[in-house]
Design a protein around this ligand. Structure first.
Ligand code: FAD
Ligand code: SF4
Length: 508
């Protein structure tokens, strides 16, 4: 009998497990633009447009290959606006009794499919280097999970940058070479801006009409929505940015939104690009002498190390993971995360480009907006919803361990062994933001001091019991304890004043 083959918006891969299982002559592919998925958080307009446009292109490619595709557009009057209802409606329409799906990258959707009143088979999503079972086996019996060891396994498994059974160049990790601050006179490559066809233009009009109040600027829309476009972006990265990717990976510059980052995560996460293919191409650049080892190793580590590790944690830890709050942080997310209305130059830069481009690079997410959320004690649930909404690459399996784990330590130390808390000095070292800031980064307390300074100490003091015994943090507590009494008091007073302003919704 006929079966329905479900393809979700982040499953746009021709070799998807559900499609491999399908029979072109008999089965019906179901794709649906449903409001439930578009609005459960306030997704960025560019993110919604990217996903819908890429879905429409994917459907049109499938049809061209002879598949029968039942596609529901957002404005279709028959649209039930929920995945499970769409499946039931299509099952009725085509007389199908069974659904084949590839397991979604989110607990919520897996459970939703489990509870849909029709037989649904969820096949493993094998577009990753490590399967969920493989990760669980690796994690079993380990006291703590560290990315570095997992990463080495993945290097061995894939053979990427290996020299026999040894790592290329003799070291597994060249991060040591990758912490250079960038200079503002560097010539930066500009990422490709993709041309629009009719499908994209239609989707942009649709998003404008249907999501008038959602977050972020829709236009100019410069993402690619096709596999060919994503591949052009990939080729651009390999040629233009990869050689310097390593050196300036942690740098931040005013007016430079992209530096030498790849801006490929949105395509990778919806299935337009393949992680192993990206790594093999990066390795080929190294072998051809066009990109140095520190850049290529660093890039490959982000993909087969961090990206896979993060996904492993999400599925290992279970559905409650995004709700954890180990440090009992409960302050509301300040409104300026949505509006960019803040005097902190670093925060403003990161948030403004998030509003305009649905993109900020890793160090901005981690050490600016993330660090602030940590040291100001913001509610992890609200911070999680923000990151999930505002970035074009955000899907819960990858976003939540980065947010709840890496930046907020709300998982109690599963992702990282210590919180990434930092004062303004770190931001000043890695960026040129402080020069143009209303606040003074060298001022530790009092009127006009950089808010990161007193909040940093306040964070350590609030969580003293938990972190004092951590050998990697003990030094900071000793520094605080040795500080003169009046300085400590001034710092605590400033922190209290800033937190009170945040709570009152005043401009900071
Ligand atoms: P590049 O700097 O070019 O890095 C190369 C690739 O490595 C990326 O494309 C990405 O696929 C991968 N990668 C690097 N770091 C990570 C990481 N920590 N976790 C997973 N993959 C990684 N990444 C997402 O893809 N989706 C998210 O929703 C997301 N949310 C994040 C939230 C927070 C709080 C933080 C700190 C990080 C988050 N990241 C997320 C990771 C990282 O910031 C982005 O992958 C990266 O900025 C994407 O831009 P890029 O493609 O230019 O990356
Ligand atoms: Fe950010 Fe502080 Fe520097 Fe201003 S002074 S840019 S708030 S780190």
């Amino acid at each position: 009998s006929k079966r329905l083959i479900l393809v979700l918006g982040d499953q746009l891969t021709p070799t998807l497990s559900a499609l491999r299982e399908a029979d072109k002559d008999r089965d019906i592919i179901v794709m649906a633009e449903v409001r439930d998925e578009g609005t459960y958080v306030r997704h960025h307009a560019k993110k919604i447009a990217l996903i819908l446009a890429a879905m429409r292109h994917f459907a049109s490619d499938l049809r061209a290959e002879g598949w029968q595709v039942a596609y529901t557009t957002l404005d279709d009057p028959e649209n039930t606006h929920a995945i499970s209802k769409e499946l039931l409606r299509r099952a009725d329409e085509f007389g199908a009794e069974e659904v084949i799906a590839t397991a979604p990258g989110e607990w919520r959707l897996r459970s939703l499919l489990d509870h849909t009143p029709i037989k649904v088979t969820q096949l493993p999503d094998d577009r990753f280097v490590a399967s969920e079972d493989e990760f669980a086996t690796w994690a079993k019996d380990r006291k703590s999970l560290r990315m570095e060891y997992f990463y080495r396994e993945m290097r061995r498994k894939t053979g990427l940058l290996m020299d026999g059974d040894q790592p290329e160049g003799g070291k597994w990790n060249y991060d040591h070479d990758n912490r250079k601050p960038a200079q503002s006179d560097l010539f930066m490559p500009e990422p490709l801006h993709h041309q629009h066809d009719e499908i994209v233009t239609d989707v942009l009009d649709l998003v404008e009409r249907e999501f008038p109040d959602t977050f972020g600027e829709l236009r100019p829309f410069w993402f690619a929505a096709t596999r060919a476009g994503a591949e052009a972006a990939r080729d651009w990265f390999m040629a233009e940015a990869l050689p310097k990717f390593g050196d300036y990976q942690d740098a931040m510059l005013r007016g430079e939104k992209f530096l030498y980052h790849s801006i490929l995560s949105p395509y990778l996460n919806i299935g337009l690009l393949d992680p192993i293919d990206l790594c093999q191409r990066a390795e080929a650049e190294y072998r051809a002498g066009r990109a140095p080892l520190n850049a290529v190793e660093g890039y490959i580590r982000q993909i087969i190390g961090w990206r896979e590790f993060i996904r492993g944690i999400y599925f290992l830890e279970g559905p409650d993971y995004p709700k954890r709050n180990a440090l009992n942080a409960n302050r509301d997310l300040p409104w300026f995360y949505w509006s960019g209305e803040t005097d902190m130059a670093c925060m403003k830069a990161a948030i403004d480009q998030t509003i305009s481009d649905a993109y900020a690079h890793h160090i901005q997410r981690l050490m600016v907006t993330g660090n602030f959320a940590l040291i100001a004690g913001l509610d992890p649930q609200q911070v999680h919803e923000w990151y999930l909404a505002v970035y074009a690459d955000a899907f819960e399996w990858v976003e939540s361990p980065n947010t709840v784990g890496m930046i907020l330590f709300a998982d109690g130390g599963v992702v990282g062994s210590k919180p990434y808390a930092a004062s303004g000095a770190y931001i000043n070292r890695m960026s040129d933001y402080c020069k143009s800031c209303t606040y003074s980064v060298s001022k530790k307390s009092g009127e006009g001091c950089c808010p990161f300074n007193p909040l940093y100490w306040d964070f350590l003091n609030r969580n003293r019991e938990r972190f004092e015994g951590n050998p990697r943090m003990a030094q900071m507590y000793r520094t605080w304890d040795r500080m003169a009494e009046d300085k400590r008091e001034a710092s605590s007073d400033s922190a209290a004043a800033i937190l009170a302003k945040l709570e009152a919704g005043e401009r900071v």
